[in-house]
Design a protein around this ligand. Structure first.
Ligand code: 5AD
Length: 315
């Protein structure tokens, strides 16, 4: 599909046929299974100033935390006992992160029988290589927006070019590459979203998280409009058509603004569940959210039931 065609489809009056096509492709490629991943947000320490994000380092109200090795491993153990087989380790981008410490946690969790996905920001190529050697199989680093000007505007301390360099390094090191972007960023048009979608393909993404932008009151974008859930689902559906066998999560942000409907009907096949301990969860506020108390085992059972009720198979 060309950029023009994607723009035309995104703007359709009635998108139903595209949803149906995306759902059909989803069934044929990745089947009816829905993968449930556990995400541990192990630290909110971040050196970046992303203007949409609640934990950008210019927000003076952040209560900083860093989970200990023991806490992270105990949480991972509990998640694995509850049935999870993929642990996503996510944090802000912390240039002082001790890489031997991080690497040993990756190895330990691997040893427990789970796949580790890292989502700890833009690193040096050397660090990406190190964590790959320590056993991390997947890396999530969303490109956020494919428009270099919007990217520069929203990220005072980064460029789209360096982001793409990292994503290519991640891919070349043999990680399953995960990118993604937000819908509804200020200045974004349907053309931007078309570019975002084409970029996923160009980057050989195996995973793509597409979610609505949700304004955070303690950021410079506090008064901007929230991203449209319908447009978000359209982008997910087109991602399914463009990269047919990719893992496409229903992002938590979409779940938040679109609670009632079958969020998987647009071609998605993955969901991530926070297993971060309650004492830290609230401090990891990249966007405002209603947080329930975590009960890893119970939460997972409930999610499995919800997935089954939608006619899909939780795994
Ligand atoms: N609204 C929606 N998504 C956000 N993210 C960060 N801030 C926001 C926000 N205000 C997303 C980014 C980032 C991921 C961890 O969370 O896409 O990559």
């Amino acid at each position: 599909m060309t950029k023009q065609e994607l723009v035309r489809l995104l703007a359709l009056e009635d998108f139903t046929p595209v949803y149906e096509e995306a759902d059909r492709i989803r069934r044929e490629t990745v089947g009816d299974e829905v993968h449930i991943r556990a995400i541990i947000e192990f630290s909110n320490i971040c050196a970046r100033q992303c203007r949409y994000c609640g934990i950008n380092c210019t927000n003076p109200n952040i209560k900083y935390y860093q989970m200990t090795r023991e806490e992270i491993l105990a949480t991972a153990r509990e998640a694995i006992d509850a049935g999870y087989r993929t642990i996503v380790l996510q944090s802000g981008e912390n240039p002082s992160l001790d890489r031997e410490w991080m690497g040993s946690i990756v190895r330990e969790i691997n040893g427990m029988g789970a796949t580790v996905t890292l989502s700890i920001g833009e690193l040096s190529d050397e660090d990406f290589r190190y964590y790959r050697q320590q056993g991390a199989d997947r890396y999530l680093l969303k490109h956020e927006t494919a428009d270099p000007d919007i990217y520069a505007e929203l990220h005072p301390c980064g460029t789209l070019e360096s982001r793409l360099h990292s994503l290519m390094a991640i891919h070349d090191l043999g990680y399953e590459t995960g990118s993604g972007f937000m819908i509804g960023l200020p200045g974004q048009t349907l053309e931007t979203i078309a570019e975002d979608l084409l970029l996923l393909k160009k980057l050989n993404c195996r995973m793509a998280g597409i979610g609505p932008f949700i304004p955070h009151p303690e950021t410079p974008l506090a008064n901007e409009k929230q991203g449209d859930p319908e447009l978000t689902k359209r982008a997910v559906a087109l991602a399914r058509i463009l990269i047919p066998d990719a893992n496409l999560p229903v992002t938590t942000a979409l779940g938040l603004v679109d609670g009632r409907e079958n969020a998987f009907a647009c071609g998605a096949n993955v969901v991530m569940k926070k297993v971060t301990p309650d004492e830290y969860k609230e401090a990891y506020e990249i966007y405002p959210a209603m947080l329930d108390k975590t009960d890893i085992r119970k939460d997972r059972k409930l999610l499995e039931e919800q997935i089954r009720a939608l006619g899909r198979i939780p795994v």
